[in-house]
Design a protein around this ligand. Structure first.
Ligand code: SIN
Ligand code: CO
Length: 393
């Protein structure tokens, strides 16, 4: 779409969004030295360790050794005393979904606007001491490994492995064979992009090594069938049934090709219309995780007071964990999906919804033109009341 193609990748400078997508995305790894320079202070290693004590947050501790081929995996929440008992080297604490809890990490995702937001899953951050690592492994999804502090040596193989071949009886899924073809030391601001199933192994070089993994989602066809079917079941019309008024004389024992075609037709009607699938995708990809409590951020401002309030602010920020996307319908109209709910919009409100979907941090100066429009005022007042967006003063 013309609108997105105009965005160039701010991370790379030298490489355009078009080139990244054509040459690397889902195809080959890419190392980007000093992609974000200087690297901002998003979070500290101590804060990551602190998050692993929180019972709402998923975390793991991976300790290598003692001894060859020995690994320990512990699942959080941890106690502060856990960290006091750890060895000096070779451990990593990994925290999932940091973007859903930390505003600066959530806003950081704007740097990745060269791929659709709905393709992203969550941000995991690891903090390792010297030689900390999680072993050589593959992931089933694309990942951007961003070095946030300290140094990490990354080793990768330049070919994806199609099948799993793991060392048996370990608490972590590590590759039996790993023959790296490339190795680099990553420093703050360097990013390594890996498509799915490229073997990789990262070892902290010194303490306070923090790596941000921006992971994409890659739903399996089983997951999709499961979710599409349960969504269809909640809305299909029971009166839609097998019927065959044009039944032709046939042997009574046969299940005819026409019967199979009819079943296929019924399923197509109930599950596979573009309208149903696009609505399902819009709702399901914006449905917030259960750990996100948007109403805690609710801010009541009447539609009439929107223009005045926002003109005195600097930005409209998407609340951490809040999700938005749009699907074009007719002309410039669109379906705007906000945290699992659909809003039909047209005119200026539709244009504003595009802006809101495309950026997590939206400077007020960029939406000034919408603030006097009644439809836009109502949209913004609703989004603020539901906690989907916040006013940054
Ligand atoms: C790490 O941060 O130590 C591991 C991240 C990964 O390999 O996906
Ligand atoms: Co990995």
């Amino acid at each position: 779409m013309a609108h997105r193609a105009a965005i160039t990748w701010p991370l790379l400078g030298r490489i355009s969004q078009k080139e990244f997508l054509a040459r690397y995305w889902q195809k080959r790894p890419l190392l980007m030295k000093q992609a974000i320079h200087p690297f901002p202070d998003l979070i500290t290693p101590e804060e990551i360790a602190g998050m692993s004590l929180d019972e709402r947050i998923e975390s793991r501790l991976i300790i290598q050794g003692p001894g060859k081929n020995k690994w320990q995996l512990q699942r959080g929440p941890f106690k502060a005393s856990t960290f006091k008992k750890l060895p000096k080297k070779k451990w990593t604490v990994l925290v999932n979904g940091v973007d859903r809890f930390v505003p600066s990490v959530h806003a950081f995702l704007d740097e990745f606007s060269f791929i659709p937001f709905w393709r992203m899953d969550d941000v995991m951050i690891s903090y390792a001491v010297d030689q900390g690592n999680v072993g050589a492994h593959v992931d089933n999804f694309d990942v951007f490994l961003v070095q946030a502090s300290g140094k990490r040596e990354w080793m990768i193989e330049d070919r994806p492995v199609p099948t799993d071949d793991f060392i048996p009886d370990l608490p972590v899924r590590l590759l039996k064979k790993f023959n790296p073809t490339h190795r680099w030391i990553l420093e703050p601001g360097d990013i390594l992009y890996l498509p799915p199933r490229f073997p990789h192994h990262g070892v902290a070089q010194g303490d306070r090594c923090m790596t941000i993994s921006v992971g994409c989602r890659a739903p399996s066809v089983n997951d999709i069938i499961n979710e599409v079917a349960s969504s269809a079941l909640s809305r299909t019309d029971e009166s839609l049934r097998y019927s065959d008024p044009e039944l032709k004389a046939q042997e009574p024992g046969e299940i005819s090709p026409d019967a199979v075609k009819k079943i296929k037709g019924l399923l197509e009607k109930a599950l596979l219309s573009e309208e149903f699938l696009s609505d399902w995708l819009g709702r399901s990809t914006t449905e917030p995780y259960s750990d996100v409590k948007l109403l805690d951020h609710a801010h009541k401002i009447s539609a009439a007071a929107i223009a005045k309030t926002l003109r005195g602010a600097t930005a409209l920020v998407r609340t951490e964990g809040s999700r938005m996307a749009f699907i074009s319908t007719r002309g410039s109209s669109l379906a705007f999906y906000v945290n699992g709910e659909r809003h039909e919009l047209s005119g200026k409100a539709a244009a504003l919804a595009r802006e809101l979907s495309n950026r997590l941090v939206l400077p007020i100066a960029d939406i000034e033109a919408y603030l006097n429009d009644k439809g836009c005022q109502q949209l913004l007042s609703g989004l603020l009341a539901s906690g989907a967006v916040l006013v940054d003063v």
